[in-house]
Design a protein around this ligand. Sequence first.
Ligand code: FAD
Ligand code: SIN
Length: 529
Amino acid sequence: MPADLTQVPAQVDFLVIGSGLAGLTYALHTAQHGSTLMLTKKQRTESNTNYAQGGIASVSAENDTPAQHALDTMEAGAGLCHADAVQMLVEEGPERVAELVRRGALFNRDSATGRFELGLEGGHSRNRIVHAADRTGRECERALLEGVKSAPGLHILEHFFVVDLAISAADSSRRCVGAYVLDTHSGQVHLIRARSVLLATGGLGRIYRHTTNPPVATGDGIGMAWRAGVPVANMEFIQFHPTALFHQEGGSFLISEAVRGEGGVLRNLGGEAFMPRYHPLADLAPRDVVARAIHAERLSRGEPCVYLHVQHLGEEVLRKRFPTIFARCLAVGINMATDPIPVAPAAHYACGGVPTDLDGRTELPGLYAAGEVACTGVHGANRLASNSLLEALVFGFRAAAHAVSAEAPSITEHASLAGFGSKAAPADEVQARMTALRAMMDDRVGIVRNTADLQTALEAARSELAWASAASNECKPDVDLLELRNAAQAAVLVIRSAIERKESRGLHYSTDFPERDDAQWQHDTVLRP
Ligand code: FAD
Ligand code: SIN
């Protein structure tokens, strides 16, 4: 492949969709074995990874063990974690973190011992969160993108939006053979063929109005996998982070759980530290418990938010440990050293996604998935804090190891992409529909659910999906419209899964079925196209 990619290649060995931690981990490995092309819909740094604050859960302390990490992960996952996947995560994780360090990632270390300074987050029984202050994701991306510069077989095309996966034409040899890609500058759609494709498109937080996720997180990978006939699993388990900044200029900025790990305390407007009433671990209870507790406090007291108190930690500690959060709060007029921080839950993470085996393989030959878009089985019904970056590292690496050793297919035929039309997309209507979809998801598919609301939500999401699908066929290729189609598809799948699960477990709580029912429901929710 040419050093400076001036033309879109028709064929590569390994095609990677997404430039977050999963995609980068995979691509840096496959590039040692063949031409690797990474496509990303905005600039290469724009991803959920880039905003990750707290850190990476990884065993390194003397008083910690992989078995203990596995136990905490399974406990948070409320009976749905796959034990083999969790085992792999906790055992292989430390080596993947060591590899990040070898690639140049700088994490906080104890000045006396030189060992990692380890943070604590909800649901962890030990301090085990490796971090770079409160900008861990950005530091990982920086180090890996630096590595891309010296990886001759690896190229990145920015502002290339993947529309759909390309599938072999013959049903008997159904296989992913590449992807259809929109060059957002020229408006041209290209077919890029590949030996194999990695789906690493990240999350879907943007199907909600209040979310910690950046605008790229519109569930595109879920939409394209579903249209390609690939199942999804556990979509009902949307994790709401308890503490997004509640401020009209806050834009759902995250206040890391690590802040509570350092001693931050949640109080209601009456000044009560309410969490001990809800769980013995109080402010460091698992995330689903804390988010539901805040929801209950807001409802019962009629207050829009609760407050995170950290003043007792002192300005020096706060500025050093949480420089990004300190600066952002200050920018909206909140001095963490003197003022409590108004916080409320916001959609944060999709525990479900495209099911994979332990090597990142999906049901569709030729298609791998890793990172937030995948459902590897490690998170179950509720992800343990800071296990997501770790999962992206471990399973991104495992998928690459499998892909490079898999035989190249000899398929030449592929099904063509459904055509686009010649009309301009109605920009205002697309935006209005996306806004309505997101508000509806907040109102009816939030932390506490009921069947009637879910049924109403399903009708609304299906109607948006029908409109966006028809408009996508009639209009010129348009990113906002294609994102609306993917977001509506992802919303439909979240709602359908939530309706299907007639119990409450982990992140899915229904007032119609408030009990956990292991006899009937201790299994994944799998939906098939
Ligand atoms: P991402 O990093 O989201 O990357 C997805 C990529 O796919 C992006 O480059 C995107 O542009 C691209 N893409 C999407 N659709 C298309 C398309 N159609 N065509 C082309 N490209 C496309 N987890 C932790 O473990 N620890 C933390 O401390 C932590 N903090 C977090 C803080 C915040 C604010 C957020 C939002 C998340 C946090 N998480 C954390 C979760 C974690 O960051 C993500 O789950 C993880 O980074 C996902 O990595 P990924 O590679 O799967 O996807
Ligand atoms: C945080 O810093 O609170 C986010 C951690 C995570 O999502 O795992």
